[in-house]
Ligand binder design. Structure first.
Ligand code: FAD
Ligand code: NAG
Ligand code: NAG
Ligand code: NAG
Ligand code: NAG
Ligand code: NAG
Ligand code: NAG
Ligand code: NAG
Length: 474
């Protein structure tokens, strides 16, 4: 996208360490950022606005991470497949405003008939009754109060997280116990539908991770107390197109780190691009803005402490996209429901790997949105088979008409590992303190959902706290 000459132009400085590839392009920057999603793209702009030089390494050929947009070929309308809206939190709109992106659009909702179906068998669960609206609202309000009670400990980051003996029990008990303790079950189906589904076995994980996935900003949004913000264009990716224009050749697209040397006096990373080019970047600081999974961290010369911490985190995998299949009925959403949930047990949910929801129809083209959640061993291919099997069994069982059709995926977004968590025992043994202590070690800093929470707006607020520390002494 950007010419090689732009990079060669960068100053070659005298490196205190030897270059492994004399032929590689060499860059020198204050900060090198790995990952150009919500957190990395914001950090790049913030750092430039604070007079720092940056290079941003992005695996895809575009910025924006989980922001996936499909342009409906019939209407040209953008359909947001990943991030749907910026959930109001603190100074939510400061980043879009900085980038000249409007925040006065609105989310479109089409009326929909929901069918509750056991996706394992394809049979309807006809006697399932969702919570009454008043019960849902009352339970959500109670949940919001509890999230607000603990918000300072969790968002925008764990800066105030208590020492092991002081962690409130509510944060470490399983979400199932928490729901029973506070009689919150009527809130769970809506939370599940909004994001909590992605956590996988969410009834068993420590409650703080469910609050991470769906805490104050989402509970407020669901209650109509907080805005769900979209640009006037309706296209959530517009923001990242503006960032790309601003950053220009400072972004290395289709590129990943192949090795690094992180020391107390600076960092070098070797970057490989899919076009075969290699770039050496010498920087004073490294900002990691990707999920720090063991696979992602492998090229980054981890020490044994880092290996121990990142190796303890467990993830699910999340997939979203569009399905086209002639048997899916217009105006209908299909929700995966276990028979044990009928008529009104809101504590039982499908286990992963599963498609949580197929529906509702979007665009003019007979396209249905889906969200699917896998284990850390699932792949796009295994999840496509799960979805195909789900639709085939609904057809076989007469739940949807037989049209002899096949399942197509006009867009299938692999969101990869998400929703990191560790056990209650790890939390009580000081895991969060060990995780936080990584900040700044060997000039390496971390942003992104694992250190903050999975909402764009919260991540931007987190960066506003983290980055002033990162640039100290620069
Ligand atoms: C289906 C779905 C819907 C969502 N809806 C919303 C929503 O409505 N509102 C909201 O606020 N949030 C939403 N989120 C969550 C939110 O988008 C994410 O939590 C947030 O984007 C996380 O930002 P991040 O910067 O940590 O990571 P990401 O956005 O994942 O960014 C990481 C970036 O790094 C790149 N990358 C990954 N690995 C490497 C590597 N090894 N080297 C170089 N680059 C790499 C990726 O390509 C990506 O661009 C949604 C998420 C999903 C999956
Ligand atoms: C290869 O990709 C890198 C990183 O995006 C880019 O800077 C460089 O210009 C590309 N080289 C060619 C020859 O296209
Ligand atoms: C956003 O809020 C943070 C925290 O309250 C504050 O430090 C920062 O200056 C604000 N940024 C803008 C652009 O208003
Ligand atoms: C939204 O804001 C843009 C400019 O940012 C403006 O052009 C447009 O008229 C506004 N739309 C509405 C509905 O207010
Ligand atoms: C629990 O909540 C339900 C509504 O969801 C309500 O009907 C019930 O009375 C509540 N039980 C207690 C003990 O508060
Ligand atoms: C809900 O279902 C689960 C699993 O089948 C069961 O353990 C639990 O007792 C049920 N709860 C109610 C209120 O029936
Ligand atoms: C239809 O659903 C029933 C359970 O209700 C299941 O036993 C059966 O296998 C399903 N049939 C097909 C053809 O999928
Ligand atoms: C599906 O195909 C079979 C065999 O080709 C045919 O008998 C049947 O009528 C077709 N059904 C529909 C709904 O088109």
């Amino acid at each position: 996208m950007f010419g090689r000459k732009n990079l060669v132009r960068a100053y070659v400085w005298v490196l205190p360490w030897s270059l492994s590839q004399a032929s590689a392009t060499v860059l020198s920057r204050d900060v090198v950022i790995v990952g150009g999603g919500a957190s990395g793209a914001h950090a790049a702009v913030w750092l430039r606005d604070h007079g720092k030089t940056i290079a941003l390494i992005e695996k895809q050929n575009t910025l924006g991470g989980h922001t996936a947009v499909y342009k409906d070929p019939l209407t040209g309308h953008p359909l947001n497949i990943g991030v749907q809206a910026w959930m109001e939190y603190l100074n939510t709109t400061s980043f879009p405003t900085r980038m000249g992106v409007s925040t006065n659009g609105s989310m479109a909702f089409a009326p929909v008939t929901t069918k509750y179906v056991d996706f394992r068998t394809g049979s309807p669960v006809p006697n399932y009754i969702p919570p009454a609206a008043a019960d849902n609202t009352a339970a959500l309000k109670k949940y919001l109060e509890l999230c607000e009670k603990y918000a300072d400990l969790l968002i925008p980051g764990f800066f105030n997280f208590p020492s092991p003996s002081m962690i409130p029990e509510d944060l470490t008990i399983s979400f199932g116990e928490f729901v029973a303790k506070y009689n919150l079950s009527a809130a769970v189906p809506k939370l599940y539908d909004a994001t909590v589904m992605g956590v996988g076995d969410f009834m068993s994980v420590p409650t703080m991770y469910v609050m991470q996935a769906s805490g104050v900003p989402m509970a407020r949004g669901l209650l109509g107390l907080g805005r769900a913000i979209v640009p006037a264009s309706g296209n959530l990716h517009e923001l990242y197109e503006r960032v790309a224009d601003l950053l220009g050749p400072d972004v290395l697209y289709s590129s990943t780190v192949s090795s690094s040397t992180r020391k107390d006096d600076g960092v070098t990373v070797t970057v490989h691009s899919v076009n075969g080019s290699e770039t050496q970047i010498a920087a004073k600081r490294l900002l990691i803005a990707i999920e720090p999974t063991m696979t992602n961290m492998a090229p980054l010369d981890m020490d044994s402490n880092e290996e121990q911490i990142f190796g303890t985190m467990k993830y699910t995998t999340v997939y979203a996209g569009l399905i086209k299949h002639p048997s899916l009925e217009k105006g209908t959403a299909y929700v995966n429901t276990v028979p044990a949930a009928a008529p009104s047990n809101y504590s039982v949910y499908p286990s992963i790997a599963q498609v949580g929801k197929i529906g509702q129809q979007v665009g003019a083209n007979g396209l249905f949105v889906f969200t699917a959640v896998g284990t850390d061993g699932d792949t796009p291919e295994s999840m496509k088979r799960v979805i195909e099997k789900t639709i085939d069994s609904m057809v076989a069982n007469g739940t949807i008409p037989d049209t002899n059709g096949t399942t197509n995926f006009p867009i299938f977004a692999d969101h990869g590992m998400m929703h990191s968590r560790v056990s209650a025992e790890e939390l009580k043994s000081g895991f969060i303190q060990r995780q936080l202590a990584l900040q700044g070690k060997r000039n390496t800093w971390y942003t992104g959902a694992v250190f903050s929470t999975g909402y764009s707006t919260v991540l931007w607020a987190y960066n506003e706290v983290l980055l002033p520390k990162l640039i100290e002494g620069l």
